[in-house]
Design a protein around this ligand. Sequence first.
Ligand SMILES: N[C@@H](CCC(=O)N[C@@H](CS)C(=O)NCC(=O)O)C(=O)O
Length: 209
Amino acid sequence: MLRIYGINPSRTARTLWLCRELGIKYEQTQVSFADQNTKTPEFLTVNPSGKIPAIDDDGFHLAESMAINLYLAKKHQSPLMPKELQGEAKVLQWSFWVMTEIERPLLTVMLQRMPPPTDPLAAKYFRERTPLNPAAEKESAEALLKPLAYLNDHLAKNDYLLGKEFTLADFNVACVLMWAGRAKIDLTPFPNVQRWLTTCLARPSATPK
Ligand SMILES: N[C@@H](CCC(=O)N[C@@H](CS)C(=O)NCC(=O)O)C(=O)O
């Protein structure tokens, strides 16, 4: 049995979305960073780095949202993961790209612009960890412009990241870019990104039941 550790409003959403997309059965243990449950001795045996998501797949422990998605797609022989080496390498390329070029600045902008969580404990933790910082918000918003332009140019020539088909590359990049709405990123200068992201987020699996 696959057990997913994490709460829905977190990067665990990436693992949960993939399980819905691939029809993988799982059980979820609600581990939240807001109440420091990511630092309990029990959870640290699953992920010693104390972060969610993490999985226990019949005793195999794995962390890092992108690694988990790549592992699950391969294990379940999903058609989203290209069979040939070069297609798989492109999936890795885009997955690393989104984590190194997009994730940090997008998260910074989102945490600055989104309303605090309604739960009082989570709200306290939220602004303690992320005090308002207009300079960081501006710098991060600007840092997104080049990678978004690069993605927009790529998608001008391709329906999807690897060409004509939706693959795990699209999935993993959309898993991160789905924060763009809450980060109030204006995507109108990047119409191909906007078109592509709308298509990815329209997949039935994108919406939790
Ligand atoms: N690179 C990791 C990042 C994991 C991560 O930072 N998760 C956050 C929640 S979204 C967390 O558990 N934070 C707890 C903490 O920093 O103490 C991934 O993609 O899975």
